[in-house]
Write a protein that binds this ligand. Structure first.
Ligand SMILES: CC(C)(COP(=O)(O)OP(=O)(O)OC[C@H]1O[C@@H](n2cnc3c(N)ncnc32)[C@H](O)[C@@H]1OP(=O)(O)O)[C@@H](O)C(=O)NCCC(=O)NCCS
Length: 171
């Protein structure tokens, strides 16, 4: 994949049809906290109420069309030094290095955008190997296994925790 075709930018309401294409796919939302979106109205409401007002959520774009997202959500008050890192990509584009390109772009810019941030952390299901590879290829450090840590899609799951500090280097 030619990385010059990939960009990150805030979501716009006009992304609704591209957004619905991947956000309605159960393969894409399988490991996400939110369920697949099932209608254009729901997609518009999600963009308006969740994606656009989010503190740091970017559309992963191919030639400026939305094919996924990256989200960095800081904790509140004294814990705002720490933010949760998450992402997803339309299934038709998996396996081309796009999520890794986007993850590196996000990590390279977020510490300037949110200067109070010191630590990004990502929690990944043990069986989600492709997501673990994205984090490893970006430069995240695997810190350990959190047993029965997170609830996702009807199950309490074991998760690996990864982190990237503002002083770490993007690979
Ligand atoms: C995780 C996800 C974003 C990866 O996107 P992607 O663009 O395909 O990722 P990349 O191509 O940059 O890298 C994927 C890596 O995983 C590897 N991989 C893919 N499937 C794998 C598997 N079953 N076992 C081991 N490695 C696997 C690829 O070979 C590649 O690694 P490599 O470059 O060392 O060969 C995408 O699969 C997705 O959207 N999944 C659903 C949402 C999700 O899981 N989000 C993360 C929640 S923590």
């Amino acid at each position: 994949m030619d990385s010059s075709r990939i960009s990150l930018r805030p979501f716009k309401l006009s992304d609704v049809d591209d957004f619905l294409k991947w956000a309605s796919d159960d393969r894409v939302t399988r490991y996400l906290r939110w369920n697949s979106i099932t209608s254009r109205e729901e997609a518009l409401a999600h963009l308006e109420k969740v994606a656009i007002p989010h503190p740091w959520r970017r559309s992963i774009c191919l030639d400026d069309r939305s094919i996924g997202y990256i989200s960095i959500f800081p904790e509140s008050n004294d814990d705002r030094c720490r933010a949760n890192f998450g992402y997803a990509l339309a299934a038709e584009y998996w396996g081309q290095g796009i999520a890794t390109i986007a993850s590196k772009m996000a990590v390279s810019s977020v510490f300037q955008d949110l200067p109070y941030l010191v630590r990004l952390q990502a929690l990944v299901e043990v069986e989600n190997r492709s997501s673990q590879r994205v984090l490893e290829k970006t430069g995240f450090v695997k810190e350990g296994l959190l047993r029965k840590y997170g609830y996702c899609k009807g199950e309490i799951r074991d998760m690996f925790v990864y982190s990237f500090l503002s002083t770490d280097l993007v690979l």
